[in-house]
Design a protein around this ligand. Structure first.
Ligand code: M6R
Length: 599
């Protein structure tokens, strides 16, 4: 959560910072600010609200070639102008922006900052005040390193010293941060997307590093002051990947991209002979395991539930799926040779990362399935499988979910092949069929918009039911609807509703029922009858060949194991239109952020 940027060079920094922050807004959007430095000193602009509000507050006639900026998702202190970053030290000498959480800020405040009047309720202000205190008798670099050595928690920091016009100091621990390189300028950002406007050449930073960034040099230091050399890399991103283009929302663009993502995944995992291939070391790690433990949060957890079916049914390996935030302190008894699979679109989710840290301490092997190459969880795992879905910017995850399922299906099929399990379908061909089916569904937007109108226009709540794989997708459908339309929605196993929740069914309550699994099709139809008898308004989404008169949406036929890849598409679109009809902010729903980097 929170995004930071910094620029030092020859151009006016204001516009570069604001544009960068716009690209980082997915990380948090309750308040924002920039600090720019020129011969008059450091000027701060900050506002509660979006970058658009900040833009209005920034004065046109302030010019500067150095600056830092921040977009916030509040952790300590309510979202208001005072708690918005940048924060400044007592004398005004130091100004900084911070992404992360300083766990021991209270202790540090008590031990070192008695008598210092704090202006905000943030943990961040403690960092800048400590820095000023230690700068007495130390250089800024020394004082900064000393301050960093006292911090417990996560941070990505960009710092201006009003006495040093030619430098931005930055530091990183557990929160993402990159330095971007240019001709006569350098930049820093939480994410390459933020600075793609000016450069695509980046240097990755590691935890507990401090960097002295000038317009023509970048010096990385460890906290003991020793200098670290590191090569830069070219970010494989295109500006068009991160622009909305003609779409009104990123979510709609990302829903539409799903057929192409399926094809891209196949290409990415095919070798020169057009055979599917993943790293032998990954296959062998999975083969050695007597049980797989999938760890994830939110939508990625829902993809993990589908993945369990694949590894168990296709490859015959037992799997447990766990919510990351629970697993960390409530670890089950582990098998003798476990393999941990972390599923995370962003690769930065703090709940998942804290499990990874514990698992590594126990010495177990780890694999990360992620969309972001070089992300923290990917770097810290033994192995990585990439999703190849392209940047996902809308807070509501869509293409990453289907990409996660496709990559898990491919992996399970390859493991099965490797261990001599018979697989009675050609996964490449079946994913090709899925891509075509997805295309037909994303092309039927008018129909989906009408379903949203018919079922969700005025309702307070909605239920999603399904059995087996359809149950996994029901949970994802409910999450999608509630997070962007604020309609109370729950996903249930079809058979479970009658054990209590059916009490909530009233006249007109929408119940979305998925019927794609032949073995349980009579049972789910029975569950629909139960809710209809109590007044529910059922929307049945059935697979071609299993449809009955009166069903609302018929899904093109795909392999029964791959139905989650297509049954979710109408649910994504219906949620999108429900959000739109209710005038909600589709891409940036309230209280949320794309990358959840706090536990
Ligand atoms: O980046 P991750 O996949 O680890 O994120 C996990 C969840 O925060 C995420 O899937 C969240 O539930 C989605 N925004 C829901 O659409």
């Amino acid at each position: 959560m929170c995004g930071i940027v910094g620029y030092i060079g020859e151009l006016d920094s204001k516009e570069i910072l604001l544009k960068g922050l716009e690209k980082l807004e997915y990380r948090g959007y309750d308040s924002a600010g920039i600090a720019v430095r020129n011969e008059d000193g450091v000027t701060i602009f900050k506002e509660k609200g979006r970058i658009a509000d900040l833009r209005l507050a920034v004065e046109d006639d302030v010019h500067s070639k150095t600056g830092i900026g921040h977009t916030r998702w509040a952790t300590h202190g309510v979202p208001n102008q005072i708690n918005a970053h940048p924060h400044q030290s007592e004398s005004g000498r130091y100004t900084l922006v911070h992404n992360g959480v300083i766990e021991n800020y209270h202790i540090l405040q008590k031990e070192h900052l008695q008598g210092v009047e704090m202006k905000s309720d943030t943990d961040t202000e403690v960092i800048v005040q400590l820095l000023e205190k230690f700068s007495n008798g130390m250089t800024t670099a020394e004082a900064f390193r000393h301050t960093l050595s006292l911090l417990h928690g996560s941070y990505a920091i960009a710092l201006l010293d009003s006495e040093e016009a030619q430098t931005i100091y930055v530091a990183k621990n557990k929160s993402p941060l990159l330095v971007g390189l240019g001709e006569d300028f350098n930049v820093v950002a939480s994410d390459a997307m933020a600075m793609l406007q000016v450069t695509n050449e980046y240097i990755e930073l590691h935890d507990q590093e401090m960097v002295i960034v000038k317009k023509d040099s970048v010096e990385i230091q460890k906290l003991d002051g020793s200098i670290v050399g590191r090569e830069s890399y070219i970010a494989e991103l295109d500006l068009s990947d991160i622009e909305k283009g003609t779409y009104p929302h990123y979510m709609l663009k990302e829903i539409d991209e799903q057929p192409a993502v399926m094809r891209k995944i196949i290409q990415a995992y095919q070798n020169e002979q057009d055979e599917l291939e993943i790293d032998d070391a990954i296959l062998s790690a999975i083969n050695k395991a007597d049980r797989l433990y999938i760890i994830a949060a939110g939508t990625s957890y829902h993809a993990g539930l589908v993945g369990k079916e694949y590894f168990e049914k296709i490859a015959g390996i037992p799997v447990e799926v766990h919510i990351a935030s629970e697993f960390g302190y409530n670890m089950p008894l582990l098998s003798e040779n476990p393999l941990f699979i972390f599923i995370t679109q962003s690769g930065e989710t703090a709940d998942s990362r804290q499990v990874l840290v514990k698992i590594k301490k126990l010495g177990h092997t780890t694999l990360t399935v992620t969309n972001v190459k070089g992300s923290t969880i990917s770097r810290e795992s033994d192995y990585t499988l990439l999703l190849h879905a392209g940047p996902e910017i809308a807070v509501a995850s869509t293409k990453a979910y289907t990409a996660q399922i496709a990559v898990l299906a491919i992996t399970a099929a390859l493991v099965a092949k490797n261990t001599g399990h018979s697989v009675d379908f050609d996964i490449v061909q079946e994913i090709g069929i899925v891509a075509n089916a997805m295309q037909a569904l994303v092309d039927s937007k008018e129909e989906m918009e009408q379903v949203a109108r018919d079922f969700l226009a005025t309702t307070r709540n909605a239920f999603f039911i399904g059995r087996n794989l359809d149950f996994c997708v029901s949970m994802e459908g409910a999450l999608k609807l509630k997070e962007i339309s604020y309609i109370q929605a729950e996903g249930f196993a079809g058979g479970e509703l009658k054990h209590g929740t059916i009490a909530l069914i009233e006249d007109g309550t929408p119940v979305f029922a998925l019927a794609t699994q032949k073995a349980v099709s009579l049972n789910i139809r029975g569950n629909v009858k139960e809710v209809v008898a109590r007044g529910a308004n059922p929307c049945i989404i059935a697979m071609e060949g299993m449809e009955e008169e009166g069903d609302t949406i018929i899904l093109p036929k795909v392999h029964p194991l791959l139905t989650p890849l297509i049954s979710v598409i109408p649910l994504q679109l219906i949620s999108y239109y429900a959000s739109l009809h209710r005038d909600c902010d589709v891409d940036k729903p309230r209280n949320l952020a794309k990358s959840v980097t706090v536990e």
